[in-house]
Design a protein around this ligand. Structure first.
Ligand code: PGA
Length: 252
């Protein structure tokens, strides 16, 4: 059975005290959703230590939104995977489209980040997805295939067993435009096939999350699809009740 995961990507939102408040509210309302659903939150780096404290004793996991491609040293402004791990993080989002688009992250950088993430026993949430032009030109399958081949194919079988993928069509992120459940299923099934070419039956165990304007009102329909194992949530992760209500999408 694949893990059911709802991950909150807070992006560059909330001040530290607000983040702590949000985390506490999520913990406070956690029992409203089945224990089978795995929740995790990815606050900004500056909040990690405080949010870790707020999550203590709960089953809500902590993740970071990025990490450095190097282990340590003279890299001003960067945050190493070891530092994130030391604060209690279990997950790191890698290759989010905003990082690829605004900060020039390439497969080459992402391969180095992957190495750091695994060296520190963290689980990467590797993001893939096409932009609107690529979707309209019918290139979305090729785009995600390349994003997987250039990075995920470099993992060992053991590393692959500890990987989460997030499919996030760029045209659906923060736009209010969600992929239909059918569009999500179609490409998630395709991603699983691409993973199986390299990793065989282990591809059946890999959690593939959908991201892009996922909210309480559409989560159930999307999560009902066979190859959708949860969501990577941006905007709706900033309200505790919406975030948890998305987890209830598995119960419908
Ligand atoms: P959104 O963001 O839910 O606000 O569309 C999702 C994401 O970028 O991870």
């Amino acid at each position: 059975m694949r893990k059911k995961i709802v991950a909150g990507n807070w992006k560059m939102n909330t001040l530290p005290a607000e983040g702590v408040e949000l985390a506490k509210n999520i913990v406070g309302q956690r029992t409203t959703v089945s224990g089978e659903v795995n929740f995790l939150v990815c606050p900004p780096f500056t909040h990690l230590a405080m949010v870790a404290e707020a999550l203590k004793g709960s089953d809500i996991a902590l993740g970071a939104q990025n990490c450095a491609a190097e282990a340590k040293g003279a890299y001003t402004g960067e945050v190493a995977a070891s530092m994130i791990a030391a604060l209690g993080c279990k997950y790191v989002i890698l290759g989010h489209s905003e990082r690829r688009q605004y900060y020039g992250e390439t497969s080459e950088t992402l391969n180095k980040k992957m190495e750091q993430v695994y060296a520190n026993n963290l689980t990467p949430i590797y993001c893939v997805g096409e932009n609107l032009d690529e979707r309209e030109a019918g290139k979305h399958f090729d785009v995600v295939k390349t994003q997987i081949e250039e990075v995920v194919y470099n993992l060992t079988a053991e590393q692959f067993r500890n990987l989460v993928i997030a499919y996030e069509p760029v045209w659906a992120i923060g736009t209010g435009k969600t992929a239909t459940a059918e569009q999500a299923q179609e490409i998630h099934a395709y991603i699983r096939k691409v993973l199986a070419v390299k990793f065989g039956a282990a591809a059946d165990e890999c959690a593939i999350l959908y991201g892009g304007s996922c909210k309480p009102s559409n989560a159930a329909e999307i999560f009902a699809k066979a190859d959708v194992d949860g969501g990577l949530i941006g905007g709706a992760a900033l309200k505790a009740d919406d975030f948890l209500a998305i987890g209830k999408g598995f119960e419908k």
